[in-house]
Structures are given as C-alpha cells and as structure tokens.
Design a protein around this ligand. Structure first.
Ligand code: AMP
Length: 309
C-alpha cells in the first residue's frame, strides 16, 4: 500500500450478502458498498470508514479491515442489532443484479455522527446508501476538497429529490449506465453524461459492466474496456471496488477538485477497471481479500498492453 498524508472518508453499507449467479451460490458473505470500496481504496491510500453493523458482525472481519490500513473507529456496533442483509441474483446477463430482498436491520436507525478528526477529511466518498444518510455525513465534513458519490436504482426510484440534491453537492459521480438512463431518460452515453453534469458533478464515471467504463470531464472523455477476466463468478461489488481504486488513485496523488486533469482520471479509471476485474473472479470479496499488489501491477501492465495502439 502507498502511504501518504491524505486519506478518504467513506460512508456506505456494511452487509452480509446472499448471492446467486450461474456459477453458484453463497450465503451471508461479507458485503456492502463501503466494504468493497474500502478494500479497493486501501491499495492506494488510507481509508476512514463510517458504517453500522449488528453484534452478529464477526470481529475477524473488522480486524481484517484494520490490517489493510482501514480505520474502523467510525463503525458503530449495535448491541442486539442485526447487520444489513442483501439477497441478490444474477441471470445469464451478469451486468444486472436482481434484488430479491433488502433487510435494512441496523440501517433503519443509523444516525452517523462524525468525530472531530473525521470532520476534517479532505476527500469524501459517499458509497451507495440512502441519500438522506449521504447528506447527513456530508453536512458534518467541514471543508472537503473533493467529494464523490455512488447510488443505485432503488434510490433513483424512491428518493429522487434527495439524490438530485446530493448530485448538486458532489464533484464526481460513479454510476452504472442503467442508473444513468433512469436518471436522465437517455441511453446515449455522452448525452446521459452531459445531463448528469448539468445536475452538478463535473466528472461522471459511467460503469458499463463487462463493457468497461467511460469517464466524462467537461467536454472530454476517456473510454476504458473491461479486462476480459476468463472466469466471472459474481459481479457484486465490481462497481464499488472500481470506485475505490479510482478514488484511491486520485487521493494518493493529493488531487482535489481544482487540480484533477483528464490524464489523472484516465489512470484512475484504468486502476478501477483492473481492480474490478479481480472482484468478479470469485463470490463476494473473496478474491480481492487475497489480492496481492504484484498481481494487480502485473494485470495492469497486461491491460495497458491491450489498450495501447
Ligand atoms: P455493486 O458494486 O453495485 O455490485 O454493489 C453491491 C453491494 O451493494 C452489495 O454488497 C450490497 O450489500 C450493497 N447493496 C445492495 N442494496 C443496497 C442498498 N439498498 N443500500 C446500500 N447497499 C446496498
């Protein structure tokens, strides 16, 4: 892991996931948007995680996160509470998760309160969670120099106003193309990006599953393919870990909203695509929890060789 003076503060879901895909099935594995995000970001920069779990959440998971340089002081453990549980399924189209059940459990009463050091964070990533909670965390950060967020179809559907207000406050949004279409009414990538930019964020990272990712900044863009993983088992967390590697890269270079260039974003997106290609190779975060820096570096070189002309 690269050390630097900066770090990312993130809030999102910490979960147990039960997942079924054509490659098999797992029950109650470690999941959640900010877990995936933090694991990926921790390869590039220190992370401070804000979240909530029940007392059913194994201490071994928390210890493991700490061992990766992820500060877990901001995780509330609710006595007698049950951790958020998501049940999802993928058919042959691995680009689309079908939610079978969402048990909010401890999320229903989550009231994140930041400590004084957490309020001083420079970079904030609001991982997928109720947009009202994303606002609540952002309201407490005093003077962030870079703010990014993610979301999902559920919130576009049931809390569009809160989500649109959030977009007015962020510099970078990471969103998948289906969600971008829901938000803007167009399937056309650059038109959707333009419409989202008009809502607030200067930078729009459109995740396109097996087709990679496209990043739009001002009127420039960069399109990256996905690394062709030979064995895709479970795409859960690909989007969150893409965002973790992308944001971790920007923060490791001490970039803020005024200093980021398209070149920085290109490198960050390449890291995002390479990282996500590991995430999908096993169920839950199993593959990325074993990932070694040299494996990442070597695949990055292969990937760059594939896209260079
Ligand atoms: P993705 O990167 O989009 O595949 O995100 C997958 C993660 O999102 C899973 O680990 C789930 O626990 C989490 N998730 C699913 N539904 C929700 C929700 N309504 N709010 C927050 N997180 C969710």
């Amino acid at each position: 892991m690269t050390q630097n003076n900066n770090s990312i503060l993130t809030v999102g879901s910490m979960a147990f996931d039960s997942i079924q895909s054509p490659a098999g099935k797992v029950d109650q594995v470690l999941g959640g948007s900010c877990n995936y995000f933090s694991i990926a970001a921790s390869f590039f920069t220190p992370v401070q995680l804000i979240g909530v779990v029940g007392n059913d959440f194994p201490t071994s998971h928390l210890e493991w996160l700490k061992s990766r340089g992820i500060n877990t002081d901001g995780i509330s453990i609710i006595p007698d509470g049950k951790t958020f549980h998501w049940t999802g399924e993928y058919g042959n189209d691995l680009n689309e998760a079908k939610t079978l059940a969402t048990d909010l459990n401890v999320f229903e009463t989550f009231n994140p309160q930041l400590s004084e050091p957490q309020k001083k964070a420079n970079t904030v990533f609001l991982a997928n969670i109720d947009p009202d909670l994303q606002h609540q965390v952002l309201d407490q950060v005093e003077n962030p120099s870079l703010i990014a967020c993610d979301s999902m179809n559920l919130w576009i559907d049931i809390k569009p106003d809160s989500l649109k207000k959030l977009l007015e406050r962020v510099d970078i949004v990471s969103i998948n193309e289906g969600e971008a279409e829901m938000l803007t009414g167009t399937r056309h990538l650059s038109k959707a990006a333009e419409a989202i930019q008009a809502m607030g964020p200067k930078v729009v990272a459109l995740k396109r599953g097996e087709y990679g990712a496209s990043i739009f900044v001002g009127n420039e863009c960069f399109l990256a393919p996905a690394y062709p993983s030979p064995d895709v088992k479970d795409p859960t967390g690909a989007g969150d870990s893409f965002a973790g590697a992308m944001m971790g890269t920007l923060v490791s270079r001490n970039l803020d909203r005024n200093s980021i260039t398209l070149q920085d974003l290109k490198e960050a997106v390449v890291h995002g695509c390479v990282f996500a290609s590991f995430t999908v190779e096993d169920f839950g975060p199993a593959r990325i929890m074993k990932l070694e820096q040299h494996e990442f570096d070597s695949r990055k070189e292969t990937f760059l060789g594939m896209i260079r002309v």
